[in-house]
Structure formats: structure tokens, C-alpha cells
Design a protein around this ligand. Structure first.
Ligand code: NAD
Ligand code: UGA
Length: 441
């Protein structure tokens, strides 16, 4: 099939390359000319394991092209997929301006039968609006008679950053929302070669499935974080509690890692958008307000602990390890690492930061007065405290003996419980995770 993918971000590029690797002909379009130029030269503009090798392969096979010019590739398209960003507005709703703008561009150029697919995460009702915009654009361009040949399919994406390419090839399910059965089958056919159950449903259900999935995962995280806070007060270890409840098949072991809370480009915005959607429909989604509140509070609690334990941070050298919102990505959107670093800086800390992949992105948002180091150990050298905010595997590989010698202070505050099983208190540190108990030096 001929697929046009609009938007070459984490989702558009990964799935575009994925569909090309299944044998489809893919044309990726983006308004960002710099990104397209890089991609055209075979370089993935962000860090996502597996995507670079797969891109090289499909480019060599001639299965994928990149352009900023939608007009040049829309001609033969069977499917036009929209994977542009839908970030939060200031009031927490999904900002649909990029999506609608892309839909209008498609409408102004489309002159043949095609299925429009929304891959971006969008509030319930948006797919119908996208279809309206495409058809309106076609009518305005003098092609009203063709509008009945255009259908819309909601195809929400469930991949995770850091494992995006693997997730593309091994999805738990493919959710296809459509009014038109043939359009749904066309999109089902696009996925031939992937072994996953298909959930074929109404547009509205598909749209709601995406938000419900993210909101439930975020709820699990906020729940275990509340258990962690309680565990500290009663002398329990949240990791054992998580294991003990997670072995119950009805609960499951996933998304029960306590810490400094969830971040990233999706959970914060999607939980908030679902709560807003409820409000707009006259329904107060009480649970979600608490999920958001608990997540925000989790960062506050963590930061306050640092201030309390150290007796303030003004003028004191503090090291931060981990700026990406999770390991195996360079994405810092809504990252706890960047947030805590900004708070420390605002409180006058002399800050040194390190992340294996997210340094370039972080340089754009952190003050010039922050020191960016080239190794984790360099950041920790001379530090009174070390704050761990992303569970990168390489952090476990440092020599803790050398770390102890290089640090001036002994405090490690671990927002991901990454070192929780390493007996750091026996190695001369005052180690504090989340939900594990108090400092034992
Ligand atoms: P992103 O910001 O990384 O990429 C979006 C891309 O769209 C950018 O390159 C931008 O230049 C491009 N764009 C914007 N307007 C355009 C237009 N009119 N024409 C062509 N290109 C245009 O976003 P992302 O993280 O890939 O997310 C995309 C969507 O997928 C969002 O709705 C998000 O919620 C959803 N989603 C993301 C993830 C994830 O892990 N990142 C997972 C599942 C779903
Ligand atoms: C998440 C979902 O897992 C994907 O299914 C979804 O497609 C995506 O959002 C999206 O809609 O964009 P992602 O944000 O890439 O994927 O990463 P996750 O692995 O879900 O982690 C999100 C955040 O939760 C991270 O900050 C992570 O550190 C935190 N987290 C995760 C916890 O604090 N505890 C956990 O047990 C799991």
C-alpha cells in the first residue's frame, strides 16, 4: 500500500519506518525542514533504540521518502496518516491546531479516494471534525463530488518511547475505530504481518480507549506512589508491596514502580485532557483530579525532602543524574529530572547535571549557570548530594567506591529507586529512595 505519514516525531517516524519495514511504500511529510533534511540523509533526529538501523534498511530498499511538500507525494496515497503533536493548552485541553492545519492541507490537495487515519491522540469527537475539514478543503478546491470517497479511521498509538520500534512490531492490540467497514478493513490490512488482536469499533470508542489506557496506567503509578508514602510512615518497603500485589493476575506487575511520579509527553497531557473532556461533557472525573494531584505532590515531597535533609541548597554543589523523562530516550518533555534541576537552581544550588542522551535537549531549557558534564562521575565530583531522576542502566555501573571518594557529601536521593537493592548505606552513603524508609548511613 502507499502510505503518506504526516508528522515525523517519535510516533510518525517510528510507525512510518515500521510500516515501510512491513513492505509498504511510505512518504513521510513534516513542516520542519531541518528534520526532513536530516532524515533524507538517513539520520534519525532523536534517540530511539532500533529506529536508526531500521531507517537505514528501508531507505536502502527504497521503501521510504521524506519531504516537506505534501503535494509531491499525496497523489498515489491509499492511506494518509496524521501523526502530528497534540500538546496541552494552558488550560489542559488537547491543542488540535496542528492536526486541523494538517487536515486542511490534505483537503486542499486530495483528488482521489483515500482513507484518512488519525494516529495522534485526540479527544472524543475529533476524528469527525478532521473528516469534515478534509472534505471542506476538497469542496473549496472544487472537488466536492469526490468527498464521499473519503473516510476516516481512528488508529490510536500505544507505543512507549525507549521501546517504540519494538512496540510497533509487537503491539498488544491494534485498535481501529471507523464508521465505514471497508475503511476499517483497509487499515487492518495495513497491519498484515503484525501478530496482534484487532479491536474494531466505533470512532468514539477508539478515541476513548486511548485516553482510558493512559489514564489507567497513570492511575496505577499515582496509586503505588501513595502506597510508597504510606510505606515510609509504617516501615514497609513499597517494592515488596508492589511485588506482592502485582503477582495477583487481576492487578498485574506493571506500572507499579514508585518514584518521583510520571512525566513524559503523554501521561500528563492525556490525563488532563481526559479530565477536561469529562468537564466539557458535564461529568466530573473525580479520580483523575486526584491522580494529577498525587503526581504533582510526589515531586513536591521529593524536593522538600532534599531541602529538609540538606538544610537548604543555596551555594551548595548538587549533582543531578538523569534528565530524560525515562531511560532510553532523549525526550525531556515533562521530565522530573529537568523539573527538579530547575527547582534546585531556583533555590540557589550550584548544579552539575548529566544524562546519557538528553544533554542537547536540556541545554535549551536549563540556565547557562548550570554545569553540563560529559560523565556521571564528573557531575558528582565535589557534590554534597546526588539526585537520581532517571533509571539509566549506566548509573548502576559506576564505581560506588570512587563515587564516595569524589563526593564531598554522602547523600543520594533516588527518585526512581534505581539503587535500592545496592546496599549503598553499607558503602558510606546516606541513601534515600521513595517508599523504602528513611536515611540509613
Ligand atoms: P512530536 O512532537 O515528536 O512530533 C510531531 C511532528 O509533527 C513534529 O515533527 C512537527 O514538526 C510535525 N508537524 C506539526 N504540524 C505539521 C503539519 N501540519 N504537517 C506536517 N508535520 C507537522 O510528537 P509525537 O511525540 O510523535 O506525538 C505525536 C502524537 O502521537 C501526539 O498526539 C501524541 O499524543 C501521540 N502519541 C505519542 C506517543 C509518544 O510516545 N511520543 C505515543 C503514543 C501516542
Ligand atoms: C506512555 C504509555 O506507556 C504508552 O502506552 C503510550 O502510547 C504513551 O504513553 C503515549 O500515549 O504517548 P511513555 O510516556 O513513552 O508511554 O512512557 P512510560 O513507560 O509509560 O512512562 C511514562 C512515565 O511514567 C515515565 O516518567 C516513567 O518514569 C513513569 N513510570 C512508569 C513510573 O513512574 N512508574 C512506573 O511503574 C512506570
Amino acid at each position: 500500500m502507499n502510505l503518506v505519514m504526516i508528522g515525523t516525531g517519535y510516533v510518525g517516524l517510528t510507525t512510518g519506518v515500521g510500516f515501510a519495514s512491513l513492505g509498504h511504500n511510505v512518504a513521510c511529510v513534516d513542516v520542519n525542514a531541518e528534520k526532513i533534511a536530516q532524515l533524507d540523509m538517513g539520520k534519525v533526529p532523536f534517540y530511539e533504540p532500533g529506529v536508526q538501523d531500521a531507517l537505514t534498511m528501508v531507505q536502502e530498499q527504497g521503501k521510504i521518502v521524506f519531504t516537506t511538500d505534501l503535494k509531491s507525494v499525496i497523489g498515489g496515497a491509499d492511506i494518509i496518516m496524521l501523526a502530528v503533536g497534540t500538546p496541552s493548552t494552558r488550560t489542559g485541553e488537547a491543542n488540535l491546531e496542528y492536526l486541523f492545519s494538517a487536515a486542511e492541507q490534505v483537503g486542499s490537495l486530495l483528488d482521489h479516494e483515500a482513507v484518512i487515519v488519525t494516529k495522534s491522540t485526540v479527544p472524543v469527537g475529533t476524528n469527525r471534525l478532521v473528516l469534515e475539514k478534509v472534505r471542506k478543503g476538497m469542496s473549496e478546491a472544487g472537488r466536492a463530488e469526490l468527498t464521499s470517497l473519503i473516510n476516516i479511521v481512528s488508529l490510536p498509538e500505544f507505543l512507549r518511547e525507549g521501546t517504540a520500534f519494538e512496540d510497533f512490531h509487537n503491539p498488544d492490540r491494534v485498535v481501529i475505530g471507523a464508521d465505514d467497514e471497508i475503511a476499517a478493513q483497509t487499515v487492518a490490512k495495513l497491519h498484515e504481518g503484525l501478530d496482534a488482536p484487532h479491536v474494531i469499533t466505533k470512532l468514539e470508542s477508539a478515541e476513548l480507549i486511548k485516553y482510558a489506557a493512559n489514564a489507567l496506567l497513570a492511575t496505577k503509578i499515582s496509586f503505588i506512589n501513595e502506597i510508597a508514602n504510606l510505606a515510609e510512615r509504617v516501615g514497609a518497603d513499597v517494592r515488596d508491596v508492589a511485588e506482592g500485589i502485582g503477582l495477583d493476575k487481576r492487578i498485574g506487575p506493571h506500572f507499579l514502580r514508585a518514584g518521583v511520579g510520571y512525566g513524559g509527553s503523554c501521561f500528563p497531557k492525556d490525563v488532563s485532557a481526559l479530565a477536561q473532556l469529562g468537564g466539557a461533557k458535564g461529568y466530573t472525573f473525580k479520580l483523575l483530579s486526584s491522580v494529577i494531584e498525587v503526581n504533582n505532590r510526589q515531586r513536591e515531597i521529593f524536593f522538600k525532602r532534599i531541602l529538609d535533609e540538606l538544610g537548604g541548597v543555596k551555594g551548595r554543589r548538587i549533582a543531578v543524574w538523569g534528565l530524560a523523562f525515562k531511560p532510553d530516550t532523549d525526550d525531556i518533555r515533562e521530565s522530573a529530572g529537568v523539573d527538579i534541576a530547575q527547582r534546585l537552581h531556583a533555590h540557589g544550588a550550584d548544579l552539575a547535571v548529566y544524562d546519557p542522551q538528553a544533554m542537547n535537549n536540556t541545554r535549551r531549557v536549563l540556565s547557562d549557570h548550570v554545569e553540563f558534564t560529559t560523565t556521571a562521575m564528573d557531575a558528582a565530583r565535589g557534590a554534597e548530594a546526588l539526585i537520581v531522576l532517571t533509571e539509566w542502566p549506566e548509573f548502576k555501573e559506576v564505581s560506588f567506591e570512587m563515587l564516595r571518594e569524589n563526593m564531598v557529601g554522602q547523600h543520594i536521593f533516588d527518585g526512581r529507586n534505581h539503587f535500592a537493592d545496592m546496599d549503598l548505606h553499607k558503602r558510606g552513603f546516606c541513601y534515600q529512595g521513595v517508599g523504602l524508609g528513611t536515611c540509613a548511613s
